[in-house]
Every structure is written in structure tokens, then in C-alpha cells.
Design a protein. Structure first.
Length: 503
């Protein structure tokens, strides 16, 4: 069976999802888990775009071993220098450079002649290849480029030293048969193609990113670029979990393998969802809450008689044996930390102690603590953003005949800021009081609350989306008290804003 190289771009294209910005620590945690899961290449960021991106690539390259670390660069020397510098300590280093090749991008965006685009690409690849052993080249908007031009530029960049040619469906425009045919045409139309590996990078604007990736594999692509939970620009990228399970479940039809340990899929997905505070839609393949739930009587009957009647894969194959009772109030630190490690949650000593204290509080209020709760406890309590603000105290007066009034005390750099406010409801009152205490102007775009696990004593998880200075920022908080969860979610969004905006 031929192996497909999996390049995960959660930390680069994935982070380009509106609202999905991650702190450096958050990115590092994801990278550790990606390596543990068996990803071949981690695209760690676009270093020239900000110091934050540069530092994240640097930290991941220094500390995450056993995997290739790639960094993105436009076809300009400064970008390539930063990509090189930030990944120089990687065990295996790859520089990924790109330039747009479609008529529409060359004319309106680059305002360049096609021959000049080729020159720039060739120069950039040569420059990158002098610095690093592996260079990947992407003709951006590849699927809307003219085939003859595409073949010409690909031939030239291979001569210049590129060893991976990535064909991006940048705007999610291609249809599977058409995309497969394009890969085949490139194999036939680029004379030196045997010196390079063909990669694909599909966006999901028409919901066919995975289908396009599979069609490309059948046509000869041997690297596929994906993201966890399918996050990415606009509608996102092909999802890693879908690719891995499609190749595994339909191995009869698609005789290819990956190096991914599929039992790590669910943990990784939850970890990411908690770090970026994006809830996973219930009906999402593989990782959504309903992906293995059987509702119709006929289906339930069938599954009880024989699972394979309605299940094409087992939940265990993707690591979904969660929701089983794991820990309770009598669990010790040892059992707690062992379970966190099994879930891919890597904490240093101090953080582990804090998380354990929080676990004990929750276990006191709620008899059964599930894996789902542990993900929330860890990400909520420790935060993956620097904690500029800490919710020190809150109190709410509310009732059907009174005006909801909240008092909050927020700690910032050892100083306490206490404020009170009224609101349309208790949640509005808390948010108004926090706004006053921190002095930041926000607009609440979205507010959701959901129970993490079944039962009345469940942890409630609140997600808020705020608009601050035209930026969309998401925050999450959890507690068995949903008003406390709301206050925490709001403060976590403010902390995330501070961390990401560097203000
Ligand atoms: O979608 C795209 O074209 C990209 C490239 C930079 C590979 O993300
Ligand atoms: Zn992309």
C-alpha cells in the first residue's frame, strides 16, 4: 500500500479562520499532539506576518521532534529568510513558498505579467533551496490557472530545486472529476515531474474539499494538506479526520495508508476546539456529537443486533470511548495526571496542580467527571492566553420582579476594579459590569450555552463572540453555574483579545 504524506496546516491556514487565533502556548500544545498522532509535516505558520507567528514557529521547531516543520513564505527574500530563521532548529525543515498563477490573481492582485511571475517563483525557490533541504512550491489559485502556464511554472520550479509541488484549490472552486483530471494532466504535462511529489490543498467552499483530495490521490497526488476539524480560510480546508478515516474505511477502494494513529483523532479535535473556543457542530463527520448516535428505532434495533448494520466505523477507531466515567472526587493526583496524558493534555507541574484543584472543585459539585469535562477544565482553567484579567468575584441579584443587577471585581496586575451594572437579564448585567471594570468597548455578536455532558449536574459551557476594534474574538468558560460560566467566557475573550492584539 502506498503511503500518503499528511501535511497538517491547522496552525497556519487553520488559524486564518476568522476568530481562530491561537496563543503561542496553544499552538505549541496542538503541535505536540499532532506529532503524537503521527502527522508527517506540521505547517507551523507564516512567520513574516507577525512576531507572534515567528515565535510560534521557532518554539515548535525547537521542541517538537520526529516530524517535519514547514513555514510559509511569499516569493520574496524577507519572507523566506523569516521562514528559514524561525524553523532553523527543526529536526527536518521545509520552506513553503507560493505565488498566484491564475489570470485573475496575476492581473488584479499581483498586477504582474505571467513571465515575471515565473521569474519571481524561480528566484524564490532557488533562494529557499540554498537555505533548506526541502522546498515546497504552491501556485496559488491553481485550479483557476491555465493548464499550459501551470505546467510551465511547475517545470521551472522543479529545475530550481522544489521537491514538493502543491496544487491549491484556493477558492474551493474545483469539482472532484475535474480536479483529478487536473492532477493527471500535470503529471503528463510537466516533463520533470518525477523529481517531485504532488501535493493538494483543498478548500471547502462547495463542500467537496475531501472529495477533491481523494480524487487527487487517485490521480497520483501523494501529499494531502488538511486541518483538524476542517478549520481554515472561509469554509475551511479538507479535514484531517475525514481524510484519514476515508482512506481507512474504504481501503478496499482506496488502497493507501497514512502514518496517523486514528485513535488520537478525537482527543486532538477536542483539544483544538477548546483552545480556539470553536464548538464542533453536532452533525460533523467523525467528531460531532451525533456522528455515532442512532436515533431512529429501526437503526437502534439494527445496531443492537449487529453494529455494522448502521456503523461503518467504530467510535473506538477514532478514540471516542469518552463519556465513560473516568474520575471522581476521590481520584488522586496520579490518576488525574495519567488520564490527562492519555488525552493528549500536556501540562507542566504548576499548571497540573491548578488543574487538579479545579477538578476537585468540580468533582465536589458533580459526582461524575467525564473526559469531556477534563478537556473543558484544562482549557478553561489554565487558559491558553495570558491572563491580563482575572475574575475575582461576582454577585448577581435577579428575579422576575426586579431589575437584574451584577457586581464584579476584576483583578489586573494585582489591582482590583469593582463595578456594578444593571442589564436586560442577569447575563447582560454581568457583561455590562465587566465592561465598566475593564474599560474596553465590545459588541456581543454571539452567545451560546451548552451542557458538556448529560445530566442535571453537568458542567455548562458558554461561548461568546465579541467584536472589539473590528476583530472577532471568541471566549469560552465553564462552570456548573451558567452565570459564572458566562462571566468566565467574557473575561476569557477579553484576555484573548489582549494576547492576540498585543495591546
Ligand atoms: O489556499 C491556498 O492557496 C493556500 C496556499 C498558500 C497554499 O493556503
Ligand atoms: Zn489555503
Amino acid at each position: 500500500m502506498e503511503k500518503i504524506t499528511v501535511l497538517d496546516t491547522t496552525l497556519r491556514d487553520g488559524e486564518q479562520s476568522p476568530g481562530a487565533s491561537m496563543s503561542i502556548e496553544g499552538k505549541y500544545e496542538i503541535a505536540v499532539q499532532l506529532a503524537r498522532m503521527g502527522v508527517d509535516v506540521i505547517e507551523a505558520g507564516f512567520p513574516v506576518s507577525s512576531p507572534h507567528q515567528f515565535q510560534a514557529c521557532e518554539l515548535i521547531s525547537q521542541k517538537v521532534k520526529g516530524v517535519t516543520i514547514a513555514a510559509l513564505a511569499r516569493c520574496v527574500e524577507k519572507d523566506i529568510d523569516d521562514a528559514y530563521q524561525s524553523t532553523r532548529n527543526a529536526e527536518n525543515q521545509r520552506l513553503h513558498t507560493f505565488i498566484a498563477t491564475s489570470p485573475i490573481h496575476m492581473k488584479y492582485k499581483l498586477q504582474m505579467e505571467p513571465d515575471d511571475v515565473i521569474d519571481m517563483a524561480v528566484k524564490a525557490v532557488k533562494y529557499a533551496r540554498n537555505l533548506a533541504p526541502e522546498v515546497e512550491f504552491s501556485p496559488e489559485d491553481g485550479t483557476r490557472s491555465e493548464l499550459a502556464f501551470l505546467c510551465r511554472i511547475l517545470e521551472k520550479v522543479i529545475d530550481a530545486g522544489a521537491t514538493i509541488l502543491n496544487i491549491p484549490d484556493t477558492v474551493g472552486y474545483a469539482i472532484p472529476d475535474e480536479f483529478g483530471a487536473l492532477i493527471k494532466a500535470i503529471r503528463e504535462g510537466v516533463p520533470n515531474i518525477d523529481k517531485a511529489v504532488i501535493s493538494v490543498h483543498c478548500h471547502n467552499d462547495l463542500g467537496v474539499a475531501l472529495a477533491n483530495s481523494l480524487a487527487a490521490i487517485q490521480a497520483g497526488a501523494r501529499q494531502v494538506e488538511v486541518t483538524i476539524n476542517g478549520i481554515g480560510e472561509r469554509a475551511g480546508n479538507a479535514a484531517l479526520e475525514e481524510l484519514v478515516m476515508a482512506l481507512s474505511v474504504r481501503n478496499d477502494f482506496l488502497p493507501y495508508t497514512t502514518g496517523i494513529d486514528s485513535t488520537q483523532i478525537y482527543n486532538t479535535s477536542r483539544l483544538l476546539s477548546n483552545i480556539i473556543a470553536f464548538p464542533i457542530p453536532r452533525n460533523k463527520p467523525i467528531i460531532g456529537d451525533n456522528a455515532f448516535a442512532h436515533e431512529a428505532g429501526i437503526h437502534q434495533d439494527g445496531v443492537l443486533k449487529h453494529r455494522s448494520t448502521y456503523e461503518i466505523m467504530t467510535p473506538e477507531a477514532v478514540g471516542r470511548d469518552s463519556n465513560k466515567l473516568v474520575l471522581g472526587r476521590h481520584s488522586g493526583m496520579h490518576g488525574f495526571s495519567k488520564r490527562l496524558t492519555e488525552l493528549g493534555l500536556t501540562l507542566d507541574k504548576d499548571d497540573l496542580k491548578k488543574a487538579y484543584q479545579r477538578f476537585l472543585q468540580i468533582a465536589d459539585r458533580k459526582k461524575e467527571v467525564f473526559d469531556e469535562d477534563l478537556f473543558v477544565i484544562v482549557s478553561d482553567e489554565l487558559g491558553h492566553e495570558s491572563q491580563t484579567y482575572i475574575l475575582d468575584y461576582f454577585n448577581i441579584q435577579s428575579g422576575n420582579l426586579s431589575v437584574p443587577t451584577a457586581t464584579v471585581r476584576i483583578k489586573k496586575a494585582e489591582k482590583l476594579f469593582e463595578e456594578a451594572a444593571t442589564g436586560d437579564g442577569p447575563v447582560d448585567a454581568i457583561f455590562n459590569a465587566i465592561d465598566r471594570a475593564v474599560g474596553i468597548k465590545t459588541t456581543l455578536l454571539e452567545y451560546t450555552v451548552q451542557a458538556v455532558t448529560p445530566g442535571r449536574g453537568a458542567l455548562g459551557e458558554v461561548a461568546v463572540t465579541l467584536k472589539i476594534d473590528e476583530k472577532k474574538i471568541i471566549g469560552r468558560g465553564s462552570s456548573t453555574d451558567i452565570l459564572e460560566a458566562s462571566a468566565k467566557a467574557y473575561v476569557s475573550a477579553l484576555n484573548r483579545y489582549k494576547a492576540v492584539a498585543n495591546v
